[in-house]
Design a protein around this ligand. Structure first.
Ligand code: ACO
Length: 330
């Protein structure tokens, strides 16, 4: 049985923003020893969007929220809570959510950031939904945004092929009928060494003595991350379906974190879900960390029908991972 709630949080609007500058596979061929053929075959990525120097994560989030408001005639001044999932905040403090509030002239908002890496949007969506379900907040905006290009070594072919910048946002409102149905979110620390950005925090502050320049950049063991991502996302999806008495037949769309086309395909195969049901926009945006899921839904929004069941799943640094079930209501 789907979790029986007195009040649901429903997504009533969605917005997105991708920077205009493209980093193509041809650009990467000039920066490192790689090829368009290798990248397409191993990742399914053709190009990524890169935010220009001088702009930050909050700038993309603001554009996504404005796009949402313009498309769905939402009044920005009615936002009463703002949650921002990001691993690339504008600065350590204040929160990127605060900076967004300033840019949107919001002065009375419950706002903060959360970092659960690539799973951040699902964590923030679950929390945003819980805020609405309590009845205390009525117009909650959940953003996934990352300018991860600030942490990618453009000459490192093991990471430069994957990542791009972007932001996606959803607006949550109360409903007596349906909306965000359930979520299963998990994390452990066993993956820390396989995927991280070490520098800039309190352990390795910038410019400390013996500063290791690799601390500045995102480091990963791609193979370990790949295997764990497939297993963890598939298991989380299956457990969430089981605990709600559902099967993959009930699911209209699978929206997996856009990390690598082969990971998305492997999760679909593991679950036994038809390829046409798995949304994917990775070819022209790459892995935008916390933004992949809202951006992917945003790009497919005209194909989704009211009442469709969406199964979302993500995996990221930590490791942190999980799945969410929601009924589409726009
Ligand atoms: N171009 C050309 N050749 C390359 C490149 C490249 N960019 N990268 C590696 N190679 C070579 C390797 O040197 C190796 O050569 P060898 O066989 O002669 O030794 C060969 O290609 C195979 O390398 P692998 O690392 O085994 O390639 P793999 O198929 O695993 O693909 C990749 C690498 C794309 C990084 C993949 O492992 C992956 O996508 N992993 C998941 C990473 C990920 O999703 N990270 C983000 C998670 S979410 C978050 O929280 C940030």
């Amino acid at each position: 049985m789907l979790r029986n709630k007195q009040q649901y949080a429903q997504i009533t609007a969605i917005g997105g923003y991708l920077p205009t500058t493209r980093r193509t596979n041809a650009d990467l061929e000039r920066l490192s020893d790689t090829s368009d053929e290798w990248i397409m075959k191993r990742t399914g990525i053709k190009e990524r969007r890169i935010l220009e120097d001088g702009l930050a994560t909050s700038d993309m989030a603001v554009e996504a929220i404005k796009e949402l408001c313009a498309t769905y005639q939402k009044d920005i001044t009615t936002i009463d809570a703002l949650l921002v999932a990001t691993s690339s905040p504008d600065m350590p403090m204040p929160s990127t959510a605060n900076i967004i509030c300033d840019k949107l002239d919001l002065t009375q908002v419950w706002a903060f950031d959360m970092n659960a890496a690539c799973s951040g949007f699902l964590y923030a969506l679950d929390m945003g939904a819980a805020l609405v379900e309590t009845g205390r907040y009525k117009n909650v905006v959940v953003v996934g945004a990352d300018k991860i290009s600030s942490y990618v070594d453009t000459t490192d072919r093991s990471t430069n092929i994957l990542f791009g910048d972007g932001a996606g946002a959803v607006w949550l409102e109360p409903s007596k009928e349906t909306g965000v149905l359930d979520a299963l979110l998990l994390s452990d620390g066993k993956g820390i060494e396989y995927l991280n950005i070490k520098g800039g925090g309190s352990r390795y502050p910038y410019a400390m003595e013996n500063w290791d320049s690799t601390h500045r950049y995102l480091q990963q063991d791609g193979k370990v991350v790949f295997k764990n991502a497939v297993t963890a996302m598939s298991q989380a999806c299956q457990s969430l379906l089981d605990q709600n008495g559902l099967t993959v037949e009930d699911v209209n769309w699978l929206v997996a974190h856009q990390a690598n086309k082969r990971i998305i395909d492997a999760v679909g195969k593991e679950l036994g879900i038809e390829e046409e049901k798995a949304l994917n926009n990775i070819t022209y945006s790459g892995n935008t960390i916390a933004a992949t899921i809202p951006l992917c839904i945003w790009e497919y929004k005209n194909q989704l029908k009211k009442g469709d069941l969406l199964l979302l799943t993500a995996f990221g640094a930590g490791f942190s991972w999980g799945a969410s079930l929601l009924q589409w209501n726009i």
